[in-house]
Design a protein around this ligand. Structure first.
Ligand code: ZN
Length: 134
């Protein structure tokens, strides 16, 4: 079941610059940075009370974030929902006709299992499922 927002992912050209912007915006100096190989991104995570903000910078030219920046420019890239059991949610969505980018979960930031649902089946919004830490 989808009940909570996990995070909002924002595509950025330059992670250092964006970290400074969001430090000031949120008035928070605490953040976590990580390179996520499966998504070809460097990211920074700002943890808020009920959800996180994830800033995403491409590491390679064939990174999905690079493609997004080239087509649309900086901005909201995806919305991530927290789920208890990602495999059963993927199964449910597939059975309901949603187009999945990841039929099987992949490793995301902070060792969490994630999977993306294609924006063509969700009104143009890239949706990520993120399995809640047990
Ligand atoms: Zn994400």
């Amino acid at each position: 079941m989808i009940k909570n927002l996990s995070h909002i992912g924002i595509a950025v050209e330059n992670l250092e610059n964006s970290i400074n912007i969001f430090k000031n915006l949120l008035n928070q100096s605490d953040y976590h940075t990580e390179k996520v190989e499966s998504q070809k991104v460097n990211l920074a995570i700002f943890k808020l009370q009920n959800f996180n903000l994830e800033l995403l910078e491409p590491t390679l030219d064939d990174s999905p974030i690079k493609k997004f920046l080239d087509n649309k420019g900086e901005g909201i890239h995806h919305i991530s929902f927290e789920v208890e059991d990602i495999k059963s949610e993927l199964e449910r969505l597939k059975n309901n006709g949603f187009k999945l980018i990841n039929e099987q979960p992949v490793m995301g930031a902070e060792g969490k299992l994630i999977a993306f649902v294609h924006p063509k089946s969700t009104n143009g919004v890239l949706i990520e499922l993120s399995q809640k830490e047990k």
